[in-house]
Design a protein around this ligand. Sequence first.
Ligand code: HDE
Length: 710
Amino acid sequence: MEKKRIIDEKSKDEQLEMFREDPEREFLTTNQGVRISNTDISLKAGERGPTLLEDFHLREKITHFDHERIPERIVHARGSGAHGYFQVYEPMTEYTSAKFLQNPDKKTPVFVRFSTVVGFRGSADTVRDIRGFAVKFYTEEGNYDLVGNNIPVFFIQDAIKFPDFVHAAKPEQDNQMPQAATAHDTFWDFVACHPETVHTIMWLMSDRAIPRSYRMMQGFGVNTYRFVNSKGKGRFIKFHWRPILGIHSLVWDEAQKISGKDPDFHRRDLWEAIEMGDYPEYEFGVQIIEEEDEFKFDFDILDPTKIWPEEEVPVKIIGKMTLNRNPDNFFAETEQVAFCVSNVVPGIDFSNDPLLQGRLFSYLDTQLIRLGGPNFQEIPINRPLVPISNNQREGYHRMTINKGKTSYFPNSVGENLPRPAIAEEGGYVNYTEKVEGKKIRERSEKFKDFFSQAKLFWNSMSEPEKEHIIKAFHFEVGKVMDPEIRKAVVDEFNNVDGDLAIEIAKGVDVPVPEQKGGSKVMKESPNVSQERTEHTAKNSIKSRKIAILAADGYDYKELSQVMQALKGSGANADIISKYRGMLKSSSGEKLEVNKNYLTAASVMYDGVYIPGGKESIKTLKMQGDAIHFVHEAFRHCKPLGATGEGIELFKVANLPDIIFAERKSADKVISDKGVVTVMRIESSSFNDSFIAALAKHRHWGREKKEQVPA
Ligand code: HDE
């Protein structure tokens, strides 16, 4: 009889414990366990003589080192992982038999890997790119992998185009440039040759492609899947993840600067949040379409370049995922984790989405080369929590020692075991879908509508979002050397929106199209806009980072009052000054400086606060670094706060068209375009106003003020 294991939140951790190595062993040994007496000097024939081949320790150490690398993922090479758990809110029995979606008391362990797509393993985090959002659920029925992205659509409609697409997007083959960027000729040539890419390109040019944090981005399954209930009834579904912290992005100038100042920005953010107990949380949702409604929409529900607008097919929120533990070892866990779209459990099945169909093949195939053979599921991070029993044997790196005589089925020698399970015993039964058709290389008619949803996306953007998209085109297409490609891109987007095409043309040295074109679609889907969607939390500053600039002589009362208020709302603050060490207030208290101007920059923070204190402000006014900090934060539309003499720094920085608090009404808080000031903080509502400004994240109204240098 099979042993039943109870799977809970801790199960994966307990399983991994069996493989963990304690670093505090006393003696160095070889891989054979022989103690080593010297690991610094190789065995030589005499002090100045040649090294001897018989030095087994030297050979083993160097050989192992020589083999430390495995091929990086062909796409999504750069990633960061975290452990956590998933909990469903209510039984989903009506829709799916998947056991991990039935019991709200059950916590299913998960491992998540976030990634960029195009860059190599060592590339920067904040590049313009789609982000991978892959989740491995270690369920009681085996592993289920939901391998998604932070953008709900994909560039191409058929998996057969994927190698072409990736070749065009990756650095160019002659010179391997540019790194982790799509701003180059081959990428835009591919785009111009493939109108099916335009909808996803709109998303890629939007702020979605430069998230503030992995903790603040949505996730989407992209492809159409199926839920199947225990009666065998199937429904089409799309999966969604929604971050509890809301959806927030960087601005492009900031993203580029962070790439240099802290290429690990997203990795560090995720790691530190988990270390500090700010556990990232995401709600899980599904869109459901009944089979009889398959053809009811003006898009084909199998087309991965199309969304199911939430206004037409609402997202049902069914559970929550919490990430609460960092990996112990990056390579063993984050690098070796192998996601396969084909890993499903009973109750979840596939659709005929042609991109998905190809993915079902590709992921398993790629793990074979990446992880060196067919036994990669035995690597601890990939092991299911339920027993594996089948007749697959041998191959590179086989760990399991299969006992008994038989490795075939049926057999009479081994009591005919292990045997297939029927559905009632938990056996996976593929959905019985009727399929009839001629063998052809064709796509369905609605797949050929490339522009309607790109226009829908454009219609749904707020004004600042539209501005950002146009600027992104100016940067990306502006870097294309070949004028023919630039022209082809403008012509292509003239099919989406005539005004958009004109705006793109202006910035990339291409004549505006002779005939203003554009799709006729007037509809909007506000939920695709980060600014307009109701899913963006705009009332919390939990885990945001605030920079406090100060020098000796700062006002202790002001600083500590603001710090406390920020902390009380869940934000984190760093004190930044010219030197690290202790800063002395005007009343003698000392506070530790966390970063100096070289180790910190405004681009690493969500907001800036300047406390008063005559001497402190006198010093800051003389420091170009402090003024630059304020300029840059202003230009990036971040919330800024100052109290008392702190306001003088803003005045010296010449922040344009901003009204500041005045001495004559000392308790009056002035909040103008995200710049919050008060002369006397004590009995004022400064903290509330500053926190409200921080919660808004960005104050786009200031963006036009291009005269502020940054
Ligand atoms: Fe992937 N993709 N992909 N992809 N993908 C890989 O698998 C592939 C696609 C996604 O953190 C590879 O293990 C094909 C869509 C993520 O380990 C590879 C097609 C979506 C990750 C592969 C697609 C994704 C991958 C490379 C078109 C969003 C990283 C290494 C038919 C729904 C997972 C690997 C991780 C990784 C193939 C398109 C998401 C080569 C053929 C659409 C998040 O197998």
